[in-house]
Design a protein around this ligand. Structure first.
Ligand code: ATP
Ligand code: MG
Length: 390
């Protein structure tokens, strides 16, 4: 086993979004130097990193500079081109590894892996040809057609009810390789974040109860009793077996559906820290970003302890506009006057509807007080009531 890469070394990250920014903060707090590769001069992580390499993800010079600067490299978004990660991996430890990221980038390969691990996923069919389109089984309708690659926040997905709609949807998605999933009766959604080290040690956070609005995560709630305990145990075991089977190194998030009959179905995995784990920064003694740093450097992983119940509200760009569509800044002062609020803004220069601008975590001594504060915060922000997501 190689010795750990110690503080003082430089850690590289592919991608400069908010996940990269929070990784950079965690790495810097431990005394590491950071290098971010992202073409955007205003990228949230680039703005706070020691080094910001502003090139395309496939730019040879940019990748060479990242290799030259970094002792180890990680990624903050799963759509990093696989050839770039392969090239980096030939010269430096890269966690998670290119081949695992490639599986997570492709819904069809991902589902094959889930089935291999014995974790059930939604009934589905791969659609790459007109023949496969015509042969779709009746049980998959109504369903959701999803591009096999490059989807996020519900983009690249179309809900279809009939065969005619399915054919039109596949055309709209430019006849790209797709997966058609049966539309399932969801009771709830949850996710589990695990971290696995090069020595095979694995730790996990508690299962997160997630609520989406318009295909984008809106609210995450994490406390004892957020889900039936049998489901919590099942979800943790499933996430661990998915990571173990991949010999995964790094932080992995597995998203699940809970069906009306309380059965658990795996949706997808993200080979990186996840939006549903942002509460770990304020409610746990070790955050998902701390674990990302530890896993990639070979430092010990410890089982995190959640010290406060938490509710996280995503702050989308919509909040920066009033009902008439005029620009208006949310009332941060009123928000920060509430006890137990942790406001995180990502430093993105312009707000756009649907764009993740920041998040707010509410913590408190008990679940009732956290829920009360979360409702007050939602009211100040003009967010829909916490019960009316879906
Ligand atoms: P992200 O990467 O941001 O999590 P995504 O674009 O990869 O999102 P999915 O997670 O596949 O998208 O789907 C987004 C949301 O759409 C899910 O969280 C769920 O609410 C709903 N959804 C997706 N697939 C199904 C399904 N088969 N049945 C019912 N609802 C679904
Ligand atoms: Mg998802």
């Amino acid at each position: 086993m190689k010795p750990p890469i110690l503080p003082g070394a430089t850690l590289g990250v592919m991608g400069g979004g908010q996940l990269g920014r929070m990784f950079v903060h965690a790495a810097q707090r431990l005394g590491y130097i950071t290098a971010v590769l992202d073409p955007d001069p205003q990228s949230p992580a680039g703005l706070v990193s020691h080094y910001h390499i502003q090139t395309d993800y496939l730019d040879e010079q940019g990748l060479a500079e990242l290799i030259q600067r970094s002792a180890a490299i990680t990624t903050e978004f799963e759509n990093v081109p696989a050839p770039a990660l392969l090239m980096l991996g030939a010269h430096r430890p890269v966690a998670p590894a290119a081949d695992v990221v490639a599986i997570a980038q492709d819904r069809a390969r991902e589902k094959t892996h889930f089935m291999h691990c014995g974790v059930p996923c939604a009934p589905y069919a791969v659609i790459e040809t007109a023949g496969q389109l015509a042969a779709v089984r009746e049980e998959l309708l109504p369903g959701i057609l999803k591009t096999a690659r490059l989807g996020y926040d519900g983009k690249g997905q179309i809900r279809v009810t009939t065969r005619a709609e399915l054919a039109a949807a596949w055309d709209e998605l430019k006849n790209l390789p797709c997966v058609l999933e049966a539309m399932l009766p969801l009771k709830a959604e949850c996710s589990v974040i695990v971290a696995r080290g090069r020595d095979g040690v694995m730790v996990n956070f508690s299962p997160q109860l997630n609520r989406h609005r318009d295909g984008i995560l809106a609210v995450t709630e994490v406390y004892e009793g957020n889900l039936p305990s049998a489901l919590r145990i099942q979800a943790i075991a499933a996430a661990k077996s998915i990571a173990e089977d991949l010999q995964y190194v790094g932080v992995l998030c597995v998203e699940f559906f809970v069906l009306q009959d309380d059965s658990l179905i795996v949706n997808e995995m993200a080979p990186r820290p996840h939006n549903s784990g942002h509460y770990t920064l304020d409610a746990c003694d070790v955050s998902q970003f701390d674990l990302q740093v530890r896993a990639m450097t070979g430092l010990p992983l410890v089982q995190p302890r959640q010290h406060s119940p938490a509710i996280m509200l995503n702050l989308l760009g919509d909040l920066w506009f009033d009902a008439q569509g005029k620009a208006s800044t949310p009332d941060w002062s009123a928000l920060l006057a509430l006890p137990g609020t942790h406001l995180h803004l990502y430093g993105k220069p312009d707000a756009r509807p649907g764009r993740k601008m920041g998040h707010l975590t509410l913590t408190g001594a008990d679940v009732v007080s956290v829920k009360t504060i979360a409702c007050q915060a939602a009211r100040i922000l003009g967010l829909p009531g916490l019960e009316s997501t879906g």
